[in-house]
Design a protein around this ligand. Structure first.
Ligand SMILES: *Cc1c(COP(=O)(O)O)cnc(C)c1O
Length: 357
């Protein structure tokens, strides 16, 4: 084992392990907490941090809970796992399934999965069923399948997923030595906000009882918790949070209410603005859904929440490489073609009006 093991090795004492729970790991977790250089100072924060969950083995936070859900499935004798997915859950399930010899079925909404995520599920060798419907339809099908057939369900309705995911909160407290004032997080199926809230509460002895205010952000076209009603046809560029009827809806509201937090909406334009600012001002390439947390922070002053002197952590849930088509469409930069001749090359280099070469 290296200095830092995976989630189960590092935080096993906080997880419902038994003597027959196997350690399942791809060394997930222990992700970078990177301090903002531009956005945080501009907002007057004491410190704004980005937690780079895209640095997990399959490129999203889903690995934190998947390792433990798979461990529990193996402990229970399962040979098959199944999940519905907007993409990242399927990539994660397929990876751990492959590593531990389980057959994996992933069920995705047809035509709505970012290409990088689909490529992962294919590479890891999962069986992929594309439903003519949305994520909520896919989740309904796999829930029923897991009740009727010998398939272990590894969506975040599986309580072990939430258990594993709460370790993200532990890492934040372990690293900054206290709870932040605000935790900003994208909300889709609402498992992750539920998990972080549980994690901060279970770690109160390390923070003198302090917990963050939980600030959840949904995409405006897929904001059932903000609207107070399910959204039948969710719409947003942020495919990972394109969910109209979150499974953990009630727990997300509890996290919000118990922490004196908020769940608010951010528009696709605000999400894309935050996505590009993260890349171009902070050097961080996350996927669109992840940028919802930063779009949310940028809205907080207008929502009447002062950030002056505050410590804020934004969870950047997935890696930008998951969704190269969005980058190509929204951040496109014209290629400048050059001949392999230095004189011409130099002329081109000097021709940029924005540079002083
Ligand atoms: C799954 C996912 C989310 C949403 O998390 P929930 O637990 O469903 O609220 C956000 N961003 C990314 C990149 C995800 O993969």
């Amino acid at each position: 084992m290296g200095m830092l093991g995976g989630v189960m090795e590092r935080y096993g004492s906080y997880l419902p392990m038994t003597s027959s729970t196997p350690i399942v790991t791809l060394k997930e977790g222990s992700t970078p907490l990177v301090r903002s250089r531009v956005i945080g100072p501009e907002l007057g924060c004491e410190a704004l941090y980005f937690k780079l969950e895209g640095s997990n083995p399959t490129g999203s936070f889903k690995d934190r809970g998947m390792c433990f859900a798979v461990a529990k499935a193996i402990e229970g004798g399962a040979q098959h796992i199944i999940c519905a997915s907007t993409g990242n859950t399927s990539a994660s399930a397929a990876a751990y399934g492959a590593r531990y010899g389980l057959s994996t079925v992933v069920v995705v909404p047809a035509g709505e999965i970012a290409i990088g995520k689909l490529a992962q599920a294919m590479a890891y060798g999962a069986r992929i069923l594309a439903v003519n419907g949305n994520f909520d339809d896919a989740l309904r099908l796999v829930r029923e399948a897991s009740e009727q057939l010998e398939l272990a369900l590894v969506n975040s309705v599986n309580p072990f997923r939430i258990e594993g995911q709460k370790t993200g909160a532990f890492e934040i407290v372990d690293e900054i030595g206290d709870a932040p004032d605000f935790l900003c997080i994208p909300v889709g199926n609402a498992g992750n906000i539920t998990a972080y809230w549980r994690g901060f509460n279970e770690y109160k002895d390390k923070t003198d009882g302090r917990v963050p205010r939980m600030m959840g952000f949904q995409a405006a076209g897929a904001a059932p918790i903000v609207d107070g009603a399910p959204v039948l046809k969710p719409r947003t560029i942020a495919s990972a949070i394109k969910i109209g009827n979150p499974a953990s809806w009630r727990y997300a509201e509890e996290a919000r209410d118990e922490s004196d937090g908020m769940i608010e909406a951010v528009t696709d334009d605000q999400i894309m603005d935050a996505y590009l600012r993260l890349a171009r001002q902070e050097g961080i390439f996350c996927e669109p859904a992840s940028a919802a947390s930063v779009a949310g922070v940028l809205r907080m002053p207008e929502l009447g929440v002062s950030l002056a002197g505050r410590t804020v952590v934004c969870i950047l849930t997935g890696n930008g490489l998951k969704d190269p088509s969005t980058a190509e469409q929204r951040a496109s930069v014209e290629l400048e073609y050059v001949e392999p001749d230095f004189a011409q090359f130099e002329a081109v280099l000097r021709s940029d009006p924005k540079s002083s070469l």
